[in-house]
Write a new protein. Sequence first.
Length: 123
Amino acid sequence: MKTETPYTIHSDVKFRALELIDVARLQRATKDQWFNQTLCEVNDSVVRLGVLKGEFHWHKHDHEDEFFYVVDGKFFIDLEGRTVELAPQQGFTVPKGVMHRTRAPERTVVLMIEGKGVIPTGD
């Protein structure tokens, strides 16, 4: 995968507390190749849904960790010096300040948990 894909990133909170979040329905409705939607807030964090295929650019978050959990598909997190491969029902935390790039060779569904103030494209 040598070319970057266009990103569709929605930082607005789609669901409030006490609302049902149907990840499977959202996944089916997504037609974008690289889609990221903030689902809800939990204390000082947000949960985001990613429906992804392709690669994101190298970036880091100076002040916040980022957690990835694969729901469906195959997901790679490139770090300086190594690559982590995640299958469904596997998760991984990238600590603040660590350069990383995410890749999905096939359509992949990921849940991400990060601080409310994080800029999804990096600092």
